[in-house]
Design a protein around this ligand. Structure first.
Ligand SMILES: Cc1cc2nc3c(=O)[nH]c(=O)nc-3n(C[C@H](O)[C@H](O)[C@H](O)COP(=O)(O)OP(=O)(O)OC[C@H]3O[C@@H](n4cnc5c(N)ncnc54)[C@H](O)[C@@H]3O)c2cc1C
Length: 433
């Protein structure tokens, strides 16, 4: 059972959450700053000061309503947001004692609603216009919910069998209980949003020609990148997303006694934690330094607490073995100072060595999988106008990981919601520049 890395109350755990009394005490520590850095730092635009204030007045329903209007996935985000790098980063209370545990307070009110019964949304007044959303991840859901509230008829097309994107497909259940996401999806359905699963979309313009007034694309990053070089011929070498999907679906491959995870992002961390929980000794190999790891500190701490071992400045050369992988051949490297305009170089330190293992999980990043015929940046992200969020086709908007190249769930919801506002402006006859 994971205890908060910075527990406000001895023994408060992720699984248990706050009692009313604990939530009231924590909320009472909030300084209600005029500039509310917590709210400015939330990529989904949650008014943290506002909902904490409502908790202080024991207006828990009001707090949850405010949260949901700001972030339709506020319950899920309360479990998985790297709060220390987002809302709690600039918390003024840190100067006195420690930051307010905003995520725990958010979880307290959203869990409370889930356990006590949904506060049903008011049925929106329809305006007769139709919008299609491609992808049922946080970006698509954020956009769809906001459009539905604004009166649009929204249909979400999802290529997978389930709704929720990465939150459903790969984020382990011990971090995000599926019931939390289920509840939020139920609420989105009650807003009138319709879903069409197992429906992979091609060019978004086709949806426009079928009568949709606008399209939002939030297709995320589904394809592993940079991993095809590493030992794919061996059965015990897994792509991290496939590994996490399989384990979530109860098809967890046998990881043996020792697992090596290659990578330093959140996907690598989750894969390592899942393998560790399956009983394997787990070694994470990252080619850069600890400071440069893209994974959030909270996640690294959690993996460390789970007993995952980290090795930095290790470059994996190949997987070794005959029919079965028996280890990874590595080199210790030292990075040279970066030279602007050139790819950063490194030197190899000492001879290559082999780390024995039974399983290798490759988590070296994700890229776009679908070619939707929209203009992209040099690294494959969908290019959008930074003000209007419109992509290269008229009436097609995009947001989330497919535009940012990878962020957080709150970031994706925030972008989806912002795009909904832009779509609303566009469809009300003020074409964006
Ligand atoms: C292993 C892992 C752990 C993570 N941990 C955290 C965390 O702890 N905290 C956090 O905040 N964030 C975390 N993230 C990041 C977060 O999950 C993403 O930033 C977020 O899910 C992005 O949302 P999205 O809607 O842009 O994309 P996605 O969640 O990827 O959703 C896109 C959806 O579009 C669908 N799709 C793709 N192409 C098509 C098509 N052509 N037609 C129809 N549907 C399509 C996909 O099937 C998918 O369901 C993690 C990500 C991973 C991979």
């Amino acid at each position: 059972m994971k205890v908060w890395s910075n527990p406000p109350f001895e023994g408060v755990t992720l699984e248990e959450g706050y009692t009313i009394q604990q939530a009231m005490i924590e909320a009472s520590r909030c300084l209600m700053c005029a500039d509310a850095p917590c709210s400015c730092d939330c990529p989904a635009g949650v008014d943290a000061r506002g909902f904490i204030r409502k908790i202080r007045f024991e207006n828990f329903d009001g707090a949850v309503k405010l949260l949901k209007s700001d972030n339709i996935l506020s319950g899920s985000c309360a479990y998985i947001c790297p709060a220390g790098s987002q809302c709690a980063k600039g918390c003024t209370a840190a100067g006195l004692t420690r930051p307010i545990d905003i995520a725990a307070l958010q979880r307290f009110v959203t869990d409370r609603e889930r356990l006590q019964g949904m506060i049903e949304p008011a049925p929106p007044v329809r305006n007769g216009k139709n919008v299609a959303v491609v992808g049922a991840g946080p970006a698509g859901l954020g956009c769809a919910a906001e459009l539905a509230v604004r009166g649009y008829i929204v249909r979400v097309f999802e290529e997978g069998p389930e709704i929720g994107g990465m939150l459903r497909r790969v984020i382990p259940s011990f971090r995000l209980p599926p019931a939390v996401l289920d509840f939020e999806i139920e609420f989105i359905k009650k807003l009138g949003v319709e879903f069409s699963c197992l429906n992979a979309m091609g060019r978004p313009e086709e949806l426009l020609s079928k009568g949709y007034d606008a399209v939002f694309v939030g297709c995320g990053l589904q394809k592993p990148v940079g991993s095809d070089l590493i030992g794919s011929r061996f059965k015990q070498v897994h792509q991290a997303l496939d590994f996490l999907t399989a384990s979530k679906q109860g098809r967890m491959p046998d990881v043996g006694k020792r697992t090596v995870v290659i990578g330093g992002g959140d996907t690598a961390i989750d894969a390592a934690r899942v393998a560790r929980r399956a009983g394997a000794e787990c070694f994470m190999l990252y080619r850069r330094t600890q400071r440069e790891m893209p994974a959030y500190k909270e996640e690294v701490d959690a993996a460390w607490n789970d007993g995952v071992e980290f090795y930095f400045r290790v470059m994996v050369r190949s997987v070794v073995g005959q029919e079965k992988a028996t280890g990874v051949r590595c080199a210790r490297i030292k990075w040279n100072e970066p030279v602007p305009g050139t790819e950063r170089s490194y030197v190899v330190e000492g001879p290559e060595f082999v780390i024995p293992c039974d399983t290798v999980i490759v988590a070296t990043g994700q890229g776009p999988s679908s070619d939707l015929g929209l203009r992209t940046t040099s690294d494959g992200k969908i290019a959008v106008h930074k003000e209007t969020m419109m992509a290269s086709a008229q009436g097609v908007f995009a947001g989330g990981d497919c535009v940012t190249g990878g962020g957080t769930a709150a970031w994706a919801v925030g972008m989806g919601k912002k795009a909904a506002v832009k779509i609303d402006v566009y469809l009300k006859g003020s074409p964006p520049l």
